[in-house]
Design a protein around this ligand. Structure first.
Ligand code: PLP
Length: 451
């Protein structure tokens, strides 16, 4: 009674619903209608248990940057597992994969960001960041500086720390949030900009940071955290005025700036980091996902000398994960970074995004229910609306239009996600023009069928 790839889809789905509790999934829905079983993947295509070939417009969960099925990574993993399957990096031991990966990250990160603290995921890395920035101010003799300002509808993971930094009320509603996190409004012009120009709106939203610092008291604020582009929130690309103003305010008040690059890192926006694309100068960058292209679970915090030196002055940081710098994950991440760099994948993103994908993506606005279209590198969103002029929203109950489009996408063998009334894409960075054609054609068909 071994459970194998050869069992029928229905049998596997039944076992899945009976024993496997899924993240972010309604278990009742799963019992009623089984999950789609993905069996294999190559390049930008998934194959399910019924043999359908599905184009993956989301790179898994925004992570398979180099595409599926690169044998080099498996080979490296096997070699590393045979040589040193595990050893920790606590208590004055280390190993070559962790050293090599940390050194490589220092090379590709912005100037001055020379230190990486490893974690198993993006959520864990953001938990590390909470401790790091609070410890930084403690060592500097200002222990009351511990509030972190973040944004509503931001996403920073789903551990208690990451979920608290994130500004998603459904997550807060399930179990609460930790203290000392304050949320300001997001820079989503389409949904919340009203009559303002995007430029004015970007400034207004950024200046909420200054207002919050003054209300809370600069002597209590440790840091600001934001994703260069909100990903899980719906690929919200901020107006051009937003990040320069955030940067100015962080500089003026001397608070630490954390750029959560879990999605935007490693080429997604057409530069190695989203911070470069938006001119952000972070003290800490959260990384995960594209760090290993999802081939192994690994995340981390890339830390500027300024923060590292202060924390180091304070002696031991009481923090670490069994799998911090896991040798197999680190070796795989290093091989992934070699492929990204040697194969010019970041340059490929720029080449294929503009004008090829951009023209097709923005042309989706010709569809009667598509409003704003946004694309930066290979990260895009379209806002669905019943009225483009008023930027109205469809009704929010279950079975929304976004949900319907997602269902049609599923049926048409293209993975696109919906976040409220936005449809979003973030395909593997190696997608070719011909594959972009398939993605767009299936997206259009799905929009038409849902209309
Ligand atoms: N930060 C951002 C910006 C993310 O998009 C995510 C995951 O989607 C996370 C953090 C959490 O990463 P993980 O799911 O690896 O814990």
């Amino acid at each position: 009674n071994m459970i194998t790839n050869h069992m029928s889809t229905a049998e596997l789905q039944k076992l899945d619903a009976a024993h496997h509790m899924h993240p972010f999934t309604d278990a009742n829905g799963l019992a009623a209608k089984g999950a789609r079983i993905i069996k294999s993947a190559k390049g930008v295509y998934l194959t399910d248990s019924e043999g359908h070939k599905i184009i993956d417009g989301m790179a898994g969960l925004w992570c398979v940057n180099i595409g599926y099925g690169r044998p080099e990574l498996g080979n490296v993993a096997k070699r590393q597992m045979d040589e040193l399957c595990y050893y920790n990096t606590f208590f004055q031991t280390t190993h070559v994969p962790a050293i090599a990966l940390a050194a490589e990250l220092a090379k590709i990160a912005p100037a001055g960001m020379n230190h990486t603290f490893f974690a198993g995921s993006g959520s864990e890395a953001n938990d590390t960041n909470i401790r790091l920035v609070r410890r930084y101010w403690q060592v500097k003799g200002m222990p009351e500086k511990r509030v972190i300002i973040a944004r509503k509808n931001g996403y920073h993971g789903s551990t208690m720390g990451g979920g608290s930094l994130g500004g998603m009320s459904p997550i807060h509603a399930h179990g609460g949030k930790i203290d000392g996190i304050h949320h300001i409004d997001q820079p989503d012009w389409w949904s919340e900009g009203g009559d303002m120009t995007p430029e004015d709106f970007g400034l207004e939203r950024a200046r909420q940071l200054e207002t919050a610092i003054n209300e809370i008291g600069v002597d209590k604020v440790a840091a600001f955290i934001g994703e260069p582009i909100q990903g899980a929130g719906g690929v919200i690309v901020p107006p051009a005025t937003y990040w320069p103003e955030i940067q100015r305010i962080c500089d003026k008040y001397g608070i630490l700036l954390i750029a959560d690059e879990v999605i935007t890192g490693f080429g997604r926006t057409g530069n190695m980091f989203g911070s470069t694309t938006f001119g952000i100068r972070p003290h800490i960058m959260t990384i995960a996902k594209g760090l290993s292209s999802g081939y192994q679970p690994i995340g981390g915090s890339i830390i500027h000398d300024e923060v590292f030196n202060v924390v180091a002055e304070g002696g031991e940081l009481y923090h670490g994960y069994t799998y911090s710098g896991h040798p197999v994950a680190a070796a795989v991440a290093l091989e992934n970074l070699r492929i990204i760099q040697e194969e010019g994948i970041v340059e490929h993103v720029r080449d294929v995004a503009h004008p090829y994908l951009a023209e097709k993506w923005h042309a989706l606005a010709d569809h009667p229910m598509v409003g704003e279209t946004k694309l930066v590198g290979l990260m895009g969103s379209i806002a669905l609306t019943p009225n483009k002029a008023t930027r109205a929203k469809f009704a929010a109950e279950a079975g929304t239009v976004g949900f319907k489009v997602r269902e049609r996408c599923f049926a048409n063998n293209v993975i696109m996600r919906h976040v409220g009334d936005r449809m979003i894409i973030a395909p593997p960075l190696v997608i070719t023009p011909a594959e972009i054609d398939v993605l767009i054609e299936r997206a259009k068909k799905s929009l038409d069928e849902a209309y």
